[in-house]
Design a protein around this ligand. Structure first.
Ligand code: NAD
Length: 350
């Protein structure tokens, strides 16, 4: 297993170091090599996604990423911004499927803004299409028409684009509770009528998985009303952008949320959902659990090692049950620890 490790900026190096220690302790046949991405790469080479990093990322089976960005690069020209590196690697690796679990650990139920009885035991996976839809459709732009400004974007999907993301969702559901809810707006948008048609056709390939459909406005409502009805939700790029943020915030703790972005061969880029947190960078207080859980997703989706993934996830559950908390999830009565101590606790639990 070849892993390209990209710590990035801000808290990135601190949290990635803990995930690397966890992977090393797993007794798997793993080779890891580090490279630069984001602001640190701009400083060293002038390029947020330098050639050496591109070579390493392309040759690897999976990429483990911390986070990129920070105020010191905000004034840079567009091609020298850290986010350019992130968009560059996602595009180059053809990562079309974004997987974001939203899990509420019972020990952190108070972190959610929803009532514990609504969210306790929450375990959802949002599968979002990442390379199509209105975000990339042409024509697009702002132009003058009939003497006034006119804004235009185009929503489109081919049936093969829809089918491949549906297959990712069905395959993921087979590793969980075997339920897929496909989200669309077929009552208004033809493009998403096609989405629903292809979802139904693809569903026939997975008779052991229960398929349901929901309009996006209702899905947004149901996510706060009764989120536990969902197992896997699958949707297009724009609806997924909004619903995945909504779902992740049901848990209330940004330092706990992992993500995976996959290509057609399950090569993946794994990263926490949060950013580089410049306000706490270098202080050793960042929560490394989202990154450690991203490493678990890597073992599950790229390396098909469900057992190893669960060992890491169980270790994380155990440290929470033992009362270890970084500052972002701290509550009175718990044991406040820093990044390294949290990593130590996970290693001990492993
Ligand atoms: P952020 O997620 O970095 O931080 C938001 C808040 O959450 C901050 O108060 C931060 O301290 C806290 N936080 C985030 N992760 C944490 C962790 N692991 N442990 C404890 N606390 C944590 O979002 P932001 O402040 O909007 O962005 C900061 C920088 O990160 C910007 O430059 C932005 O562009 C970049 N960013 C990068 C990514 C990415 O690399 N994928 C994603 C989002 C933002």
């Amino acid at each position: 297993m070849k892993i390209c490790v990209l710590p990035g900026d801000g808290i990135g190096p601190e949290i990635v170091a803990e995930a690397v220690r966890v992977l090393q302790a797993m007794d798997l046949n793993i080779e890891m090599e580090e490279a630069l991405l984001g602001g640190c790469a701009v400083d060293a080479t002038g390029d947020p996604y330098p050639d050496a990093t591109q070579k390493l990322a392309q040759a690897a089976d999976a990429v483990l990423l911390g986070a990129v960005g920070g105020p010191q690069w905000d004034g840079n020209p567009r091609e020298q911004r850290p986010e350019r590196g992130l968009l560059g690697i996602r595009k180059q690796l053809g990562l079309f499927a974004n997987l974001r679990p939203a899990i509420l650990y019972p020990e952190l139920a108070n972190a959610s803004t929803l009532k514990p009885e609504v969210v306790a035991g929450l375990d959802i996976l949002i599968v979002r299409e990442l390379t199509g839809d209105i975000y990339f459709g042409q024509p697009r732009g702002i132009e003058m028409r009939n003497g006034e400004r006119f804004g235009l974007n185009t929503m489109h999907y081919t049936e093969s684009e829809i089918r491949r993301i549906l297959r990712v969702a069905f395959a993921a559901a087979r590793k969980r509770s075997r339920k897929v809810c496909s989200v669309d707006k077929m009552n208004v948008l033809e493009c998403t009528q096609l989405w629903r048609d292809v979802a139904i056709e693809t569903g026939r390939e997975y008779p052991d998985v229960e398929l349901s459909h929901m309009l996006v406005d209702n899905a947004a409502m149901q996510l706060v009303k009764n989120p536990r009805q969902f197992d896997v939700m699958v949707t297009g790029n724009m609806f997924g952008d909004i619903l995945s943020d909504e779902a992740s915030m049901l848990t209330g703790s940004i330092g706990m949320l992992p993500s995976a972005s996959l290509d057609a061969n399950n090569k993946g880029l794994y990263e926490p959902c949060h950013g580089s947190a410049p306000d706490i960078a270098g202080k050793g207080v960042a929560n490394p659990l989202a990154t450690i859980l991203s490493a678990a997703m890597m073992l599950r989706y790229t390396f098909a090692d469900e057992d190893a993934a669960r060992r890491i996830e169980s270790a994380v559950k155990k440290v929470l049950a033992q009362g270890f908390r970084t500052g972002d999830i701290f509550e009175p009565g718990m044991k406040k620890v820093g990044t390294r101590q949290m990593g130590d606790a996970v290693l001990a639990a492993l």
